[in-house]
Write a protein that binds this ligand. Sequence first.
Ligand code: NAP
Length: 308
Amino acid sequence: MTQILDGRIVRDKIAQDLRSKILNLKSRPKLVIIQVGNLPESNTYIRQKVLFGEKIGAIVKHKRFDADITQKILINELLTMNNEPSIHGIIVQLPISKHLDADVVIDTISPQKDVDGLTSTNLKKLWENKTSAIIPATTKGVLTLLDYYKIPIPCKKVVVIGRSSLVGKPTALAFLNRDATVTVCHSETKNLKLETKNADILVIAVGKPNLITKDHVSKNQVVIDVGINVLPPQAKLGVQVQPLLGVVPLQAKPETEPPARRLVGDVDFENVSKVVAAITPVPGGIGPMTVASLFQNLLIAYENQVSK
Ligand code: NAP
């Protein structure tokens, strides 16, 4: 029978663990979430982070700036936070306004406080397989979920579909660092099915519903669906379905979001789950793992900054 890799169960266990650790600290870890503008999908992500942070006893401060903030002012704000000892983690909720250089903005965050693991300093550490690397939250969530379900990684053939700096590339690197043999596929990959069928572990981070069908997979595989696509309520899952947003929806729905949008991953779950050995659902797979991993990173950042 196919094993469902339930990220909510693991997220809740991580929450319990973080909560008991935080209770024993001499102060509370503090995360600042920077938002530029007011995108509903960003509000959704941020609310989930704030809720999780409150649950485990961390302090989470949400700072929202106008969409037209200048790069200079934003950078000065970040530099001030870098120097504030009561702040242990800083993240910039992406995407930010197009007139800002996201790479420069992210790289302004002190690597010690970079709990998203996206500064060039932390990505270089991941590249070099340094144990001090802060691993990007989604990548970390994928690995933690596999570890929880005791799915071995070393020597396995891992195929990652997607090569973004946010998900695909760091995930491929992290698997390589765990001694997997890694293939990375993308939009120019010639014969995707040939690559995917050979995988022991198949990770999909694309943002296209139904990209992976039962013809792409084989039995004994583990399928990790990172993709998040929000479909209109009545959409039929045909080949041409377009996502409305490539974002995580709210658990508690905001007033601004119409009801009953459907959330799907990149995998035809219904049919693929009949073939493979194990699979993550969407929702309830990597999404909750990403939030939990961010706060695991916050605790690491806190411990690195606060003397015992
Ligand atoms: P992205 O920057 O748009 O990257 C998408 C990648 O998919 C690109 O590398 C692209 O290839 C590749 N691709 C596009 N069409 C393809 C095709 N037909 N076959 C093979 N590869 C194809 O997206 P992202 O930021 O990495 O996010 C990917 C997905 O993960 C999205 O659905 C996003 O919402 C989701 N996500 C989920 C979480 C979570 O917590 N679960 C966190 C972050 C992101 P090229 O490089 O050739 O263009």
